[in-house]
Design a protein around this ligand. Sequence first.
Ligand code: 13P
Length: 253
Amino acid sequence: MRKRIVAGNWKMNKTFEEAIDLVSEQIIAFRNDKLPKDIEVIFAPPFPFLKTVSVLIDIPHVHVAAQNCYIEEKGAFTGEVSASMIRSSGAGYVIIGHSERRMYFNESNEFLAKKVVIALKAGLIPIFCCGETLKDRKNENHFNIVKLQLEESIFHLSESDFQKIVIAYEPVWAIGTGITATPAQAQEMHAYIRKLITDKYNHKVADNISILYGGSCNAKNAKELFANPDIDGGLIGGASLIAQDFVSIVNAF
Ligand code: 13P
């Protein structure tokens, strides 16, 4: 049975003290509310806070993710952070291919394919992001775009490696805009992604992979989104910066 996951992508927000407060408040809430055993919660703070957040977390099923990693293992790449550094800081996951990385840092599908490989090699679970722009959707090209992102960045993986990853569908037009994909739109794309995985690998692999929705998901709309058969949780941006909102999203399952 696939995992249900709620991950908070803090992006480039919070100072060190604010990060500690945010994570501490949520840990207290998850301890008191008894996080259901089959739900995983992931915090994705900025790089400088990875170790501290990892040390603070002392509840099973709560994990830490980095927001990015570089394609090389080590060496003269000033300013970059390797997957093995992230792993050794206590994180178990890494977000790869977020649309902000694609848009502002020109990360291509081919480049992201390398990140997925290096992350897996370091023992990290990639949370691979895909999703179309508004223009793609208006041109009814959204299925083709997502298909190409999967084909060029993750479909080169062996079946056993592919089974380790998590996918996040994040339509670019829904990120930080307050415009959420309707549950029907999100379900339609998630089912399509699962069908592509069935065709490329097999039914069992497709059935077991967690596919998260991201894009203006909040405490109000999470329940309706998560109620869909192919939506296994969320990758949350803005709402993950407010402890009570994020806790409510986790409890929306
Ligand atoms: P928002 O929830 O702020 O729309 O961001 C979604 C996102 O980009 C998560 O990675």
